[in-house]
Design a binder for this molecule. Structure first.
Ligand code: PLP
Length: 405
């Protein structure tokens, strides 16, 4: 009986991959070990953060770095930093932004649940552009549309990047150029862009003032971890609004590399980020994971996932009306988590199959994003060898039963 079952919880097999709604990825052994060891010693969070900043700046070329409990919290801290900078009165006032600039400009195409992070800090989203996807228009949001929205209340330009590639880079650089003309920072949601790690340097070089990454996605660090990279002043502001501040001011000695001495005249009170604290175990787990990935790469782990997907494909290949397509294969250079699409023919209903997989035992959860296209996507990220056979046979049985013939 698993620990979960002892408490009446039915564990699931998360073939989606990193999806939080199914528990995120399995903890990789190196992270589990690091977290257990970190829990055997105490250290000041600000000292761990200063070390993290040292490591992350060396890796990425950023001015500073800081560990958060995920992309959302990094964006919220980043927004709070853009709003308050090093102004103690403003820090104390957030998320109430009356009397201070509070507008964040965002493309209408990029409005999504994640911009809640900016609003939670007290920011107001100003939408620009016209969403013409519905009519198949080729025009995205253009630079002049961002520019026209800039007023004296503008705090930052926001870009929800999600991943990182040449097209996104080009768009971000255009926004950075515009921001520079108006002395405005660009805030980037780079949730899934932490792998490959070579992205980090490119993202910093693009000139964004602050980028927020998830540690629990392709990186497979602790599920509730992430980090931000950016300008020293913004990271200092984020730290001032995140670290615990109840201690006596006479004993308040934050490391100067994180919060330059004289950056603020007094020790702030608990900030808007205090509810998003990160444990020493999580911080050390993430640091060790980033170091391991930097030193050894993800090729071996990805190749093992690739091999498992191939074995699943082998047991499904003879099913009628089904096309199997593998992506990010190790043989093609990999770099990202291998995935497999089950492209279902007319005899199948993807939605019904997902429900049947979820309801049965073992409960299997798959990526449901392409259900409207009758496609189911899976990864082998969270599939230990011991479960491979039962997943293979259940996938086969459910598909056979679901096929209308
Ligand atoms: C996953 C995701 C987030 C949230 O990441 P967490 O680390 O879970 O907070 C934010 N933005 C985008 C675009 C994402 O894909």
């Amino acid at each position: 009986m698993t620990l979960y079952e002892q408490f009446g919880i039915q564990p699931v097999i998360n073939l989606w991959g990193t999806a939080t709604q199914y528990g995120g990825p399995l903890l990789s052994p190196d992270v589990a070990e690091a977290m257990a060891e970190a829990g055997q010693h105490c250290a000041r969070p600000e000292d761990i953060q200063a070390a993290a900043s040292r490591y992350l700046t060396k890796l990425s070329g950023a001015e500073a770095g800081y560990i958060t409990c995920g992309t959302f919290s990094g964006l919220m801290l980043g927004a709070a930093a853009c709003l308050a900078k090093l102004d103690l009165k403003r820090m104390e006032q957030l998320p109430d932004t009356s009397g201070m600039p509070n507008e964040f400009i965002l493309s209408r195409y990029q409005r999504c649940g994640w911009d809640r992070a900016i609003r939670a800090a007290g920011g107001r989203i100003v939408e620009v552009g016209v969403n013409e996807r519905l009519i198949g228009a080729a025009r995205g949001v253009e630079a002049w549309e961002y520019e026209e929205a800039i007023t004296e209340k503008t705090v930052a330009l926001v870009f929800i990047g999600f991943s990182w590639n040449a097209r996104i880079r080009e768009e971000v650089e255009k926004l950075v150029a515009l921001g520079e003309r108006h002395a405005l920072p660009v805030l980037l949601d780079a949730a899934s862009a932490a792998t490959p790690l070579t992205n980090l340097r490119q993202i910093v070089e693009s000139g964004v003032a602050l980028a927020s990454f998830s540690g629990g996605k392709g990186l497979r660090g602790p599920q509730n971890s992430g980090f931000i990279l950016g300008k020293k002043e913004l990271i200092a502001s984020a730290a001032l609004q995140h670290l615990d501040m109840v201690g006596s001011p006479t004993a308040w000695t934050p490391p100067a590399e994180l919060i330059p001495s004289g950056a603020v005249a007094h020790q702030p009170r608990q900030g808007i980020g205090r509810g998003m604290k990160v444990s020493k175990e999580t911080m050390m787990g993430l640091l060790v994971r980033i170091k391991n990935v930097a030193e050894h790469g993800l090729e071996e782990e990805n190749a093992a996932m690739d091999a498992k997907l191939t074995r699943i494909a082998d047991t499904l290949r003879d099913l009628p009306d089904l096309e199997l397509v593998l992506f990010n294969r190790s043989a093609d250079g990999g770099g990202e988590t291998p995935t497999m699409e089950l492209r279902l023919g007319k005899g199948y209903r993807a939605g019904g199959i997902c429900t049947a997989l979820k309801k049965g035992s073992p409960s299997i959860c798959v990526n449901e994003k392409k259900i409207p296209e009758n496609i189911i996507t899976i990864t082998a990220m969270n599939l230990p060898d011991t479960l491979l056979e039962s997943v293979q046979s259940r996938l086969r049985r459910v598909l056979l039963e679901a096929h209308a013939g």
